[in-house]
Design a protein around this ligand. Sequence first.
Ligand code: FMN
Length: 182
Amino acid sequence: MAEILLGVTGGAAAFKAVSVASLLRKSGHTVNCILTKAATEFVTSVQLSSVSGTPCYTDLFSSPAENSIPHITLTENADLMVIVPATAHFLARAAHGLADDLLTTSFLACSAPVLIAPAMNTRMWNNPAVQANVKILYSRGISFAGPVSGSLACGTTGEGRMVEPADIVEVCAEILKTGGKK
Ligand SMILES: Cc1cc2nc3c(=O)[nH]c(=O)nc-3n(C[C@H](O)[C@H](O)[C@H](O)COP(=O)(O)O)c2cc1C
């Protein structure tokens, strides 16, 4: 079974990362979670670590001793990195190679396939800056799941809704089988 690095960013859909972690663990995978600072406003490390069965990481500089350089140790054995949900802010940082927290440094250090599940308001998703960042990431071999059209946390309906956890887990299984986007 695989070692999966689950990155969680600060969007309204962040609570759904708990289901993704739970489903991945039930599939027999080892799941290590990294939360951005903003993600901790939406979901707690305790919620995630209790379903993943492993410690949750949030801080680049203060991690458990055995992970003294956590962005390196967490990524060196990863078979897949999946970002659930991915904010516009994360897409921008990833597309431009910023490395200002544990998640973005891990993203840059990760040589495994990466799957991104974006989620945001429709106007944000349609913003040319966001679309340009998606294009950059896609052109570098990053896989995307969604977003889809549906009801959004802001009360509107439109494109920007995160793909459901079970569907994300299905895409993870596919990538693990095939090695990701070619
Ligand atoms: C209530 C609330 C909901 C938000 N939901 C989203 C969202 O779904 N998608 C998104 O891209 N940003 C959303 N944001 C904005 C992000 O939290 C903000 O851009 C933050 O800096 C993201 O940081 P991160 O990408 O490092 O986690 C939301 C903000 C608030 C206050």
